[in-house]
Design a protein around this ligand. Structure first.
Ligand code: PMP
Length: 437
């Protein structure tokens, strides 16, 4: 048993301490599809950690690469210096991302990737003589991390209302999710390009030549797996093009195989100007993010006329050698095992399993795409989040890890999940949903 004496010493991110202390849950080991709990139980991972361990846990090649790198060179600055693995990784990543998004900037997390992408977009507009373009547009229910940039463009009001002034000149498009319309949808809901017209509403509120960029998650993850209707992202792209606005896809969750293609860019066939990634880049082993953009945009940011005098951007841990080693071994694992497209092969089995929960009590919607899924529960009147949280606790006791957001159960297992494990996950989830109030 692990001691819980020092629970006051650590602030649990995302987790209400009071509630956690009542029933502490500790993981002490992980392998492939499972966690080991402090009381020695195996828990099937239905969430890839926190949408990040796409290759599964403690995969030998990645573990060995990290161990070898720690022994060889722990750290090297990315300031006035480089190291070969950073360039090798950048080359491999740009080959994976559809052209022309062939330039890469390394960060230490998803939040840093988002801040970096917003800064690049603003700097690029300025470098091409569009310095009046300072406004940024996000979307309701968008999640872009917890940096000031990310909470400003993010669509979760609670995450920013405590902190006073955010980035100024930020608007939020209405989100695309209509529970009645999406109820029990399979794959992408029907044509809904008109949702993108909300961008036009915002453009009309302001002079379009004041808008720098629009940022969206291709599929919103953390706020409950909100799958865009068909042609929505294409229409956003068209509107941005018409008005000289840059389009940023936040692929921190959708990147690295989640939808059955390497990136959502491939899945939707829509090419934005910038893409943010993190999580699956190192399969969660080491914190790392990467921002992708075109050469023209990158050059304006890093080598623009004003760069040497006023622009400085980079992190101490940009292109950290251990993170680069982990990412290279992760890419090897993805490639050797075909994981970046595996979700497409198994998506039907996943979809059938998920939709088999349709008749469980209190289920009001089910959504899925690739190896991502959501079961939305009817909230208990006056006690929002309670029902899904009870499901989470019961699931943990029954040996499956799920994630909840509000009254939505979100699922995104490692991409190595077998058909039998999918059956086990949904079999146990059915028992959970049948048992809780
Ligand atoms: N963007 C998206 C779409 C995310 O899902 C997340 C994390 N859930 C972030 C940004 C922030 O990433 P991090 O927690 O690594 O800062």
């Amino acid at each position: 048993q692990v001691s819980t004496n020092n629970l006051d010493a650590f602030w649990m991110p995302f987790t209400a301490n009071r509630q956690f202390k009542q029933s502490p849950r500790m993981f002490v080991g992980a392998k492939d599809m499972h966690y080991t709990t402090s009381d020695g139980r195996q828990v099937l991972d239905g969430t890839a950690g926190l949408w990040c361990c796409n290759a599964g846990h403690c995969r030998p090649k990645i573990v060995e690469a990290v161990q070898a790198q720690v022994a060889e060179m722990d750290y090297a600055p990315a300031f006035q210096m480089g190291h070969p693995k950073a360039f090798e990784l950048a080359a491999r990543l740009s080959a994976l991302m559809p052209s022309p998004l062939d330039h890469v900037f390394f960060t230490g997390s998803g939040s840093e990737s988002v801040d970096t992408a917003l800064k690049i977009a603003l700097a690029y507009q300025r470098a091409i003589g569009q310095g009046t373009r300072t406004r940024l547009i996000g979307r309701e229910r968008g999640y872009h991390g917890v940096g000031f940039g990310g909470i400003s463009v993010g669509g979760i009001v609670n995450n920013r209302k405590t902190f006073g002034t955010m980035l100024t000149g930020v608007d939020h498009m209405r989100h695309t999710h209509d529970p009645a319309r999406n109820a029990f949808s399979r794959g992408m809901p029907e044509n809904g390009a008109e949702y993108a017209e909300d961008l036009i509403r915002i453009i009309q509120l302001h002079d379009p030549s004041t808008i720098a960029a629009v940022i969206v998650e291709p599929v919103a993850g953390s706020t409950g797996v909100l799958i865009p209707p068909k042609h929505y992202l294409e229409r956003l792209r068209e509107i941005c093009d018409q008005h000289g606005i840059l389009l940023i896809f936040d692929e921190v969750i959708t990147g690295f195989g989640r939808l059955g293609t390497p990136f959502a860019v491939d899945y939707f066939g829509v090419t934005p100007d910038l893409v943010t990634t993190a999580k699956g880049l190192t399969s969660g082993v080491i914190p790392m993010g990467a921002v992708f953009c075109t050469k023209a945009i990158y050059d304006a940011f890093m080598h623009g006329p004003e760069h040497l005098i006023e622009l400085f951007h980079g992190y101490t841990y940009s292109a950290h050698p251990i993170a680069c080693a982990a990412a290279l071994a992760t890419l090897d694992t993805y490639e050797e095992e075909g994981l970046l497209t595996r979700a497409a092969d198994i998506a039907q089995h996943w979809e059938d399993g998920l939709h088999s929960l349709k008749d469980c009590p209190n289920v009001i919607d089910i959504r899925n795409l690739g190896l991502i899924g959501a079961v939305e529960l009817d909230p208990i009147a006056g006690e929002p989040t309670k029902r899904a949280f009870s499901a989470f606790l019961k699931a943990y006791d029954d040996g499956i890890l799920i994630r909840t957001t509000g009254d939505i159960i979100a699922l995104s297992p490692p991409l190595i999940i077998s058909k039998d494990q999918i059956d086990e996950l949904f079999g146990k989830l059915r028992t959970v949903l049948m048992t809780i109030d």
